[in-house]
Design a protein around this ligand. Structure first.
Ligand code: SF4
Length: 346
């Protein structure tokens, strides 16, 4: 038995895009960031969805480009005293929870996530209180306060395995916040899941009919889908998985081309993994609809070169992540459970 709870979705105001930089300015900021990283004993921890120039800079300077699970692991074990997290707010908070002794800086503290915004702590906590018999599993894309209310944190790379495990123990589950991932996991495991109705504004926009047409146009292409996408998109997939799993699938599937239903920032690492293959963005508009995000997260796009340089330059107030010690200790428990569980799967 599974149930899906209706939650009134907010309309998310999109942030202003960072100003485009000339190539001279870009070169200037790249060099400035490289010297600041050394000066401040800092390292860049970047998500796959940031712009390719940010991912390239992270790689070039010894940082990491990864999914949120690997970002958390990398930041915790790296010896740098400052982590520059290029991603969205919850990723910075997770880094701080795991590494309280480190400075955690972000290019902007306004880089949000529609899943995080759509799962406010007070409502969510009330919802959990109404179902005390259920184990609370929250996706990494949540605030520190929502994590602190949970029994488990999970990322998409281990979601099916974790829910299978909890289901085998006979546990009934509250899943939050992504409704599509919740439904996907429920279908894969048959677990008893009560699901919060959040959605990712990027993945929610992929369009079924347009994707069918694209498949007909590129019959040799495999369709790769992130499970934050609607069920009808997942149904058209040759491979479904987290960002790292999709990169692996692009590499291992025999098809010469891929239609990819996730944020197009992933193309930088995916193309590195299989340079000989053609990659196409899955359609986000069509049949009278227009896209708002066009397969690129507007908050991830806020992580520009200028903002990274400013974060490292020192006005900590506008860039530093703070999590109170009381909240940190609570949120650390379900996060550590996730990391231990991920380790046990290796
Ligand atoms: S791509 Fe979606 S899930 Fe990822 S940060 Fe942006 S809004 Fe959140």
């Amino acid at each position: 038995m599974s149930e899906f709870i209706d939650f009134d979705q907010s309309v998310y105001p999109f942030p202003v895009k960072p100003a485009l930089l000339s190539s001279d300015k870009k070169a200037f900021y790249r060099e400035r960031i490289k010297s600041l990283l050394i000066e401040k004993n800092a390292v860049i921890v970047a998500h796959y969805y940031t712009d390719s120039e940010i991912q390239a800079l992270a790689e070039e300077t010894g940082g990491c480009v990864a999914d949120s699970l690997e970002m958390a692991r990398f930041g915790a074990r790296h010896p740098a005293s400052t982590l520059l997290v290029a991603g969205v707010r919850f990723m910075g908070e997770t880094a701080k929870i795991l590494s309280p002794e480190k400075n955690v800086l972000m290019p902007t503290l306004d880089a949000q996530c529609s899943l995080d915004i759509g799962c406010p702590e007070e409502e969510f906590s009330r919802f959990c209180d109404e179902h005390p018999d259920r184990t609370v599993v929250v996706y990494a894309n949540t605030s520190a306060a929502v994590k602190a209310r949970a029994d488990w944190v999970v990322t998409s790379s281990i979601a099916v395995e974790l829910i299978e495990h909890l289901d085998s123990l006979g546990e009934k589950i509250i899943w939050a916040p992504d409704r599509h991932l919740g439904r996907y996991v429920q279908k894969q495991t048959g677990a008893d899941i009560l699901c919060w109705q959040g959605a990712c504004i990027v993945h929610d926009e992929f369009k079924t009919q347009s994707l069918e047409k694209m498949k007909a146009l590129y019959p040799e292409a495999a369709v790769l889908v992130h499970p934050e996408s609607p069920q009808a998109i997942v149904d058209l997939a040759d491979a479904v998985g987290s960002t790292s799993q999709l990169i692996k699938a692009a590499q291992t599937l025999p098809n010469p081309s891929m239609i990819v239903a996730t944020d197009k920032g992933i193309f930088y690492k995916m193309q590195q993994a299989c340079p000989e293959k053609s990659l196409y963005i899955a359609p986000t508009a069509g049949e009278g609809a227009t896209c708002r995000t066009c397969a690129h997260c507007p908050w991830m796009a806020m992580n520009g070169l200028q903002a990274i340089a400013e974060a490292l330059e020192g006005n900590a107030e506008h860039h530093q992540i703070h999590v109170s010690e009381q909240l940190r200790k609570k949120a650390l428990l379900p996060l550590n459970k996730m990391l231990d569980f991920a380790e046990s799967l290796k």
